[in-house]
Design a protein around this ligand. Structure first.
Ligand code: GLU
Length: 436
């Protein structure tokens, strides 16, 4: 007796596997919504839009290390290459207890958009390990970094995918990654990561680059809306490499940093905080908590603090429907990746608060990463003035182009940045064609 084969389930080219579908609350779901918003503006390139909804490649690795107490711990690590149509993958690596595959997928996709927005010749990638690095000793951190680098070594490389620092990773972590990759491949490959120490093929100005970019686009946008930087009140969430530097540059330009929040708490000072002293305090104690001369307030009051410019420079999902209505600022500059949920974006838009989106506002870091990579390839290093001048030129030009697209199409700066970037990515995709 023969059985007629049961009909195969219908498969359409557009059915996304479950792990790629929107988890509306999570970063990947937010990213997919952003792609949907841009699709009507892509013209004939919308034929390729599905490309943006699927990472090209996602690697999950087990990272076992021996702890100092002799036991073996396993961490889960990821490297996702979202798109490589315009060049090798590029994007940071974060160590954080909340890292998930879907978060890294979204962060890798935002790198594709960011790199295309400032027109550096990269695709987008991101990596991470789910770990609280504050609980590791220096030796454990080094062993974990090296094992992770070895595991993702099959897909990274100076012409394939170039990691960099992100949340809780720094120059030392990049030095270990560079060394591990180099030892495994048999020759010193400085161009495999960026954000390295200056003595090891790093670039002058890289550490400050993201904050400098935040400041640069902030000043440009302020000019457009007639907001005077001198005397402007600034509130900053996250006072590390991004928020700390941006705060310093705004203060040097005559603004007042009136509120700062980080993982240790929230401090305010209406007359303006002494930013260099606060940076030194954070370097010594690890957080803004206990800074002399500032008033400590409840964390939730941060969002309603009277200010002109708000700079979220910590993690995703901070500005939500629950606090967007209380924000006093005229302008939000996204130093972090993905700090504003789509509902909050809409609330801010209705309330006439200008949002400078992550994909352009924090692109200064990867822009100087690009300079670092170019310097490593040519073994010829530039002066800091040259680097800063080139950074400012790229940021201003990219922001100006996005501003015009937003005006012409009457869309938000986020959608405008997506229009510029996605057109570049999908044009490259179309020109390259499908192969094999
Ligand atoms: N982690 C940074 C970002 O999110 C920098 C990435 C890079 O330099 O490759 O943009």
């Amino acid at each position: 007796m023969s059985h007629a084969p049961s009909p195969a389930p219908a498969v359409t080219a557009h059915t996304l596997p479950s792990y790629l579908q929107a988890d509306n609350l999570g970063p990947w779901g937010i990213y997919l919504q952003q792609v949907d918003r841009v699709t009507p503006y892509l013209g004939h390139l919308s034929r390729w839009v599905e490309t943006l909804k699927r990472p090209k490649r996602a690697l999950i690795v087990d990272v076992p290390i021996e702890l100092d107490n002799g036991t073996v711990a396993h961490f889960e690590g990821y490297r996702v290459q979202h798109n490589t149509s315009r060049g090798p993958g590029k994007g940071g690596v974060r160590f954080h207890q909340d890292v998930t595959l879907s978060e890294v997928m979204a962060l890798s996709a935002w790198m594709s958009v960011k790199n295309a927005a400032v027109n550096v010749p990269y695709g987008g990638a991101k990596g991470g390990i789910r770990v609280d690095p504050k609980k590791l000793s220096m030796g454990e951190l080094e062993r974990m970094t090296r094992r992770y680098t070895s595991e993702i070594g099959i897909i990274i490389g100076p012409t394939k995918d170039i990691p960099a620092p992100d949340v809780n990773t720094n120059e030392q972590v990049m030095a270990w990654m560079m060394d591990t990759y180099s030892m495994n491949s048999g020759s010193t490959a400085t161009g495999v990561v960026t954000g390295k120490p200056v003595d090891l093929g790093g670039s002058l100005g890289r550490r400050e680059a993201t904050g400098r970019g935040v400041f640069t686009v902030g000043v440009e946008a302020a000019n457009h809306i007639g907001l005077e930087i001198k005397g402007a009140r600034i509130a900053v969430q996250g006072f590390g490499n991004v928020g700390g530097i941006a705060g310093k540059l705004f203060a040097e330009a005559g603004a007042r940093v009136v509120a700062v929040q980080d993982h240790g708490g929230t401090i305010v000072r209406e007359a303006g905080l002494d930013v260099p002293a606060l940076l030194a305090h954070v370097r010594e104690t690890g957080s803004v908590a206990g800074f002399p001369g500032a008033e400590k307030v409840a964390d939730d009051t941060f969002w309603g603090v009277p200010c002109d410019i708000l700079i979220p420079a910590a993690l995703e999902g901070q500005i939500t429907a629950a606090n967007a209505g209380r924000i006093q600022a005229r302008m939000v500059i996204e130093g972090a990746n993905g700090p504003t949920t789509p509902e909050a974006d809409d609330i801010l838009h209705e309330r006439n608060v200008l949002v400078l989106p992550d994909v352009i506002a924090n692109a200064g870091g990867v822009t100087v990463s690009y300079f670092e990579w170019v310097q490593d390839f040519s073994s010829f290093f530039w002066s800091e003035d040259e680097i800063n001048a080139r950074l400012v030129r790229i940021m201003k030009e990219a922001f100006g182009a996005v501003w015009n697209v937003a005006q012409d199409n009457k869309v938000s700066l986020r959608t405008a940045t997506f229009i510029v970037a996605c057109k570049r990515i999908l044009h490259a995709r179309e020109m390259r064609g499908l192969y094999p």
